[in-house]
Structure formats: structure tokens, C-alpha cells
Design a protein around this ligand. Structure first.
Ligand code: ADP
Ligand code: MG
Ligand code: ZN
Length: 659
């Protein structure tokens, strides 16, 4: 989200400061320049030397201003006079050898090097006076000019006080700057929340699709903020907090922005992680500050994104970071209790881990309303695709419904990405419109990763082809498995080949049969390698990890192993070094051994089953492998040609057993 007045007062200041700084810079440069020592134009001679020069007839003119005498020589005089090298006495009548003239760099000590001067200056001995000067000058025919003495206080001021004044001003300015910077340091406890105003065109509910229940819920919140009286007259209490939860990319943040756009009230937004900093106590004080600010502007909406960053269950994890987080959470809990009934402050929050949130956050009076923002269904996907392709030049052959059909399991963010990728593909192909083909290419890219140019020798390619054909054949022959949509041996993403399965409809609940089918498909790749190549490769690493994880869950969480109807790990996604670290396992070591055995047994069984399946269908495997080596990518229709029509899963038969 962005907006002009997101900028705080402090952020706007530096502009003025920069102007001043520039001025000061110019000033300082001028100052240094004006004080930079320059070679003198006039020799500064003692009065006696001046008299000598007059007597010798070498002075052309003098100018007398007060006690200051300046003038020009007839012939240039070298000054300071070189000291006689052989220690000869100074010529009689001459003034005693003058002390070396003051250096032009006062205090720097370097004696002036002798050079010829046409001009000179000296000081008239005002106190003792010299009656003989004027007659002498007249006698020598020197032009004499007399001027008012320069006003000494002005000169003094200009020469001494001004730089000093500037210096003082400079320090004052520095000091003010520093103090401002310092207040920045102590600003930590202030909230970083950005404030959005309603009168700026932002996201509206029309930009969100496929999450109708969430939209309905939030529309009520908006309605309440617009017309609180209607609700209050009926004695209704609107929820204090609304928690949006759901997988990443389903539009939680987008929904909150839409609420901001529609509600017509101030909207404070910040991310949970912004509460917590290195400094202890900052988070809590930020929460306090945020709610203070919000209360002053009620009715108002506060939006905390990624709530799990602060809202994790207390008592989990180790170290000061957690102490800090707990303090922040406690403050948040207190703040949400601290509203008066008439204060119209609604706290929206979003998380994709509602399971790790502290239960205290979810009790009535706090985030008592939870809105599930799920993955969009077919209709939702279509609507989202329409929103994101609104501004794209779409060719006539593009059927959005079909794209929606083929993107089961995609989140809103992935669909938005798909539209963008399609446009990129079209641009790369120098088309002026985005065609259906581009959407298909884009979908493959989003699903399987981008193509990679990898040089593989024939042997390696063949192994990859067998591996992928193994996955595909097993999936094809197992009715419960998700249908294969495409098999390819073009390296994509991190994989050397991909077998893409696409569920026909959303699944909300997984049956044991389905999970076993999934296991079989995962194992299929490795088994094909074993059967045909007689050797196995590391290419099955991911499959193996995935299969093991799945089996373990079946045994420990879903009671699908032979250990019976029991869940061993109730909380397997606990925070790092969290609960289980502190609490230990919920079962005995002997049970752990039995779990391991059961996982192994299940995997072995599947391995055996797949081995039989592929042995029985080895010619299908060979045909698909050849097709893959030839065409690189084999789609659904081609698969049907190669492997025959796919068997459909049977209807569920109701099994009734006599007791
Ligand atoms: P979340 O916060 O749930 O992780 P976001 O709200 O940040 O996801 O979504 C990221 C982007 O994906 C959005 O900016 C939007 O472009 C797109 N998007 C996600 N869900 C939807 C949806 N339901 N309708 C329209 N666009 C969506
Ligand atoms: Mg988000
Ligand atoms: Zn594989």
C-alpha cells in the first residue's frame, strides 16, 4: 500500500534541512576561501626602513589614513632584506636590521621568502609623532594623499566577529540536528503503523473474488463502521477483532486493503514483525502507542498483518527474543481489552498459521471472529482470473473457464501470477494478444517451474524418462490418484523431469485410498529405474522424502497405520525449539520404535505393490518412455493413446458389518 501522506512529519523535514545545509556549505566554502592566505601585494616594512627609502628618493607616493601609511616605490625593493652572509655590519644610517617580517601565515612560523615589492605599508608612530615626516616628503617630491582612517570597529567586526558569529550559528545548527537525530533514536517505541485515509482510491471489494464468505463478514464490519447507530440501537455488539486466516496468497492482505478502501474511516496498518525489534520493550510500547493513536481517531480500523509474528503461543521457544515477543503479546491482549464499549475500533488481523496463535488472542472480546480465507474453488478461480486479466489484451480463443478448470489448487496470488506470466510469454513470442497457448505455457511454468537448458547425455535422459514414465504410469493405472495432466523430461525448476498431476476437483478431506495412491505414484519413479535400468539414481530423493513424510503422518496423526486409532503427534508443526523441545515426546521410546516399524512396513508394502503394477505394465512403461524421449512432453490425450483409457474410481460402497 502506498500513499502520499504515509510519510510522517520527520520524513518530510529533511527537505527543509537539506536547503539549510546547502546554504551553510556555500557559506563555509566562502569563509575558508576568504581566510585562505594569499601572497601579499605590499611589503610590510618598519617605519625606519620607510624613512630610509624616502631619503634615498625611492618613494613615489604615499597615502596616509590615520596611522596607516601605504605607498609605492619608484624601484621595486626586495623584502625582507637578505641578511648579509658574511656578518658585515649593516650600512651606517640604515635602520638596524629589521626583524623578519611577520609571516603571511600568522602562527605558522615559515619565514617569508624575499621577493621584490612595488608597494609597501607601514605604521606611523602616532604616540611619539614625527614632525619631520611631512617636510621630508615634500623635499623628496613624494605625492602625498591623506584619507579618513578606515572606521576601525566595522573593520574589526567584519574581520573577527563575523566568522565567530558564523561559527556559533553553525554549532547551534549542528546541535539542533543532533538533538533531532537523537529524538529519532528514542522514537523506537512509537508505532510504525502507516495510516491510510479513506478518500484515496484504493482496493475495493470488487478487486477481490473467490472468497465470498470472508467478503460478507467484512462487509458487515464496514457497514458497522459506517452506521454504528443502526447496530447500537438494536443492542448489537460488533466483534472487536476479526482474524483472517488461510493459506498464503489467498488474498488476506488484499481483503484488509479492500476494507480500508470501503470503510471510509482511518485505517492503520502494520505487520506483526514490525512490533518486535532488537531492543527489549519496544514491541510493547509500540502496541501501546498504536492503540493510543487509534483511539483518538475512532472510528478506526487497525490491521495487523502476519499476526503470528507476535501472537505465538506463550511459553514456547527460548531466549530473550521470546520474552520480548511475549511482552508484546501481553500488551496487545491488554490493549484489546482496554476499549470502552462506545469506542469504535476494530482490529483486523491476518495469519496463515492460526494454529500457533496464543489461545488468549482468540477468546471472545478479542479476535472472536475468525474468517477462513481458503483456496478458491472453480468459480472463484474464474472470477479471480477475470479480475487479473481485465487489463490484458486477451485473444478470442482464450476461455477463462477452461484456465480456471485447469488450475485446481492455485491460490489467488498464483492466479495473478499466472496472468502476468501469460502476458510475459506472449511478449516473448512477439504477439500482440495473449492466446490460450500462452496461458497454458504460463500455467506449466507456475506449476512446475521455469524451463532449464541442461545438457544431459543420452543415458541420463533415458533414466529421467523412465523415472517420469514410472510416476505417470502408476498414476494412470491407479484410479484414486489425481489424473496426470502432463509428463515432461524438460528440466524445470529444480527437477530433471516433471509429472504434473491435476486434481479434478478441490479436495478437503483425504481418504486412505487416496493417500495410498499418492504414495504409489511417488514410489513409481524409483521402481521404474529399478526395473528397467537395474540401477538406481539420486533422482528419487525428493520422492523418497515426500513419501516418508506422508507415511509418517498417516501413522502418527491420522491413525491409518497398523497401530490403531491413535494420534501420536498432536502438534507436529510447533515453533522451532518449541513445545516438543520443552515437553518431550508424548509417547514411550518403545512406541517410537513401533511407529518407525510401521512406517517402514507401509512403505515396503507400497513398494511391492508398485513393483508388481509396473512389472505387469512394462510395455506401457516402455512406450511412454520412448514417447518422452521423442517428444519431450506428453499431454493427457497422448497418454490416453499410449496407455489406454484411464479407469475411473469406483463409487463409494457403503460397508456395513454385523457387530
Ligand atoms: P495473503 O495476504 O493472503 O498471503 P495477498 O492478499 O497478499 O495474499 O495476495 C497477493 C496478491 O494475489 C494480491 O495482491 C492479488 O493480486 C492476488 N490475489 C490473491 N487473492 C486474491 C483474490 N481472492 N482475488 C483477487 N486477487 C487475489
Ligand atoms: Mg499477506
Ligand atoms: Zn520423481
Amino acid at each position: 500500500m502506498q500513499g502520499e501522506n504515509d510519510r510522517t512529519e520527520e520524513e518530510r523535514r529533511p527537505n527543509a534541512g537539506r536547503g539549510w545545509g546547502l546554504l551553510w556549505l556555500v557559506f563555509m566554502i566562502w569563509l575558508v576561501f576568504s581566510m585562505w592566505p594569499r601572497p601579499r601585494e605590499a611589503a610590510e616594512v618598519p617605519y625606519s626602513t620607510f624613512l630610509t627609502q624616502v631619503r634615498e628618493g625611492n618613494v613615489e607616493s604615499v597615502r596616509i589614513a590615520g596611522s596607516e601609511i601605504t605607498g609605492t616605490f619608484e624601484q621595486a625593493v626586495t623584502w625582507p632584506q637578505p641578511t648579509p652572509a658574511n656578518g658585515e655590519a649593516t650600512p651606517p644610517g640604515n635602520a638596524p636590521a629589521p626583524a623578519p617580517a611577520p609571516s603571511p601565515f600568522p602562527g605558522m612560523g615559515a619565514p617569508e621568502t624575499p621577493r621584490p615589492y612595488q608597494r609597501f605599508e607601514t605604521t606611523f608612530p602616532e604616540v611619539v609623532g614625527d614632525e619631520a615626516l611631512l617636510p621630508l616628503l615634500r623635499e623628496q617630491d613624494v605625492t602625498v594623499e591623506v584619507a579618513q582612517p578606515a572606521s576601525p570597529w566595522l573593520a574589526m567586526l567584519l574581520a573577527n566577529a563575523l566568522p565567530l558569529l558564523l561559527l556559533v550559528l553553525f554549532f547551534v545548527w549542528m546541535g539542533r540536528n543532533a538533538s533531532r537525530a537523537q529524538s529519532g533514536i528514542f522514537d523506537f517505541g512509537r508505532t510504525r503503523a502507516r495510516r491510510y485515509d479513506a478518500d484515496r482510491p484504493t482496493v475495493t471489494f470488487a478487486d477481490v473474488a473467490g472468497v465470498e464468505e470472508a467478503k460478507t463478514e467484512l462487509q458487515q464490519v464496514v457497514d458497522f463502521l459506517r452506521e454504528p447507530k443502526k447496530y447500537r440501537d438494536l443492542g448489537a455488539r460488533i466483534p472487536r477483532g476479526v482474524l483472517l486466516s488461510g493459506p498464503p496468497g489467498t488474498g488476506k492482505t488484499l481483503l484488509a486493503r479492500a476494507v480500508a478502501g470501503e470503510a471510509g474511516v482511518p485505517f492503520f496498518s502494520l505487520s506483526g514483525s514490525e512490533f518486535v525489534e532488537m531492543l527489549v520493550g519496544v514491541g510493547a510500547s509500540r502496541v501501546r502507542d498504536l492503540f493510543e493513536r487509534a483511539k483518538k481517531e475512532a472510528p478506526v480500523i487497525i490491521f495487523i498483518d502476519e499476526l503470528d509474528a507476535v501472537g505465538r503461543r506463550r511459553g514456547a521457544g527460548l531466549g530473550t527474543v521470546n520474552d520480548e515477543r511475549e511482552q508484546t503479546l501481553n500488551q496487545l491482549l491488554a490493549a484489546m481489552d482496554g476499549f470502552e464499549p462506545h469506542q469504535e475500533v476494530i482490529v483486523l488481523a491476518a495469519t496463515n498459521r492460526p494454529d500457533v496463535l496464543d489461545p488468549a488472542l482468540l477468546r471472545p472480546g478479542r479476535f472472536d471472529r475468525q474468517v477462513e480465507v481458503g483456496l478458491p474453488d472453480r468459480k472463484g478461480r474464474e472470477a479471480i482470473l477475470r479480475i487479473h486479466s481485465r487489463k490484458l489484451p486477451i485473444a478470442d480463443d482464450v476461455r477463462i473457464e477452461e484456465v480456471a478448470n485447469g488450475t485446481t489448487g492455485f491460490s489467488g496470488a498464483q492466479l495473478a501470477n499466472l496472468c502476468n506470466e501469460a502476458a510475459l510469454v506472449a511478449a516473448l513470442r512477439n504477439q500482440r494478444m495473449i492466446a490460450m497457448e500462452d496461458f497454458e505455457e504460463a500455467r506449466d511454468k507456475v506449476m512446475m517451474g521455469g524451463k532449464r537448458a541442461l545438457v544431459m547425455d543420452k543415458y541420463q535422459r533415458r533414466i529421467v524418462a523412465y523415472h517420469e514414465a514410472g510416476h505417470a504410469v502408476v498414476a494412470w493405472l491407479t484410479p484414486q490418484a489425481d489424473p496426470v495432466h502432463k509428463v515432461t523430461v524438460v528440466p524445470r525448476g529444480r527437477a530433471l523431469g516433471v509429472t504434473a498431476q491435476l486434481p479434478e476437483e478441490e479436495r478437503y478431506n483425504f481418504s486412505r485410498e487416496y493417500l495410498l495412491a499418492r504414495l504409489s505414484v511417488l514410489i513409481g519413479g524409483r521402481v521404474a529405474e529399478e526395473l528397467v535400468c537395474g540401477d538406481i539414481t539420486t533422482g528419487a530423493e525428493n520422492d523418497l522424502v515426500e513419501a516418508t513424510r506422508l507415511t509418517r503422518r498417516m501413522v502418527t496423526r491420522w491413525g491409518m497405520g497398523s497401530l490403531g486409532f491413535v494420534a501420536f503427534e498432536t502438534d507436529d508443526e510447533q515453533p522451532f525449539l518449541g513445545y516438543s523441545f520443552a515437553h518431550g515426546k508424548d509417547y514411550a521410546d518403545a512406541t517410537a520404535a513401533r511407529i518407525d516399524q510401521d512406517v517402514q512396513r507401509l512403505l515396503e508394502e507400497r513398494h511391492e505393490y508398485v513393483r508388481r503394477l509396473l512389472t505387469d505394465n512394462q510395455d506401457g512403461l516402455e512406450r511412454l518412455t520412448e514417447a518422452l524421449l521423442e517428444q519431450e512432453t506428453v499431454g493427457q490425450e497422448a497418454l490416453e493413446e499410449i496407455l489406454g483409457p484411464r479407469r475411473q474410481p469406483q463409487e463409494i460402497t457403503v460397508v456395513r458389518r454385523a457387530a
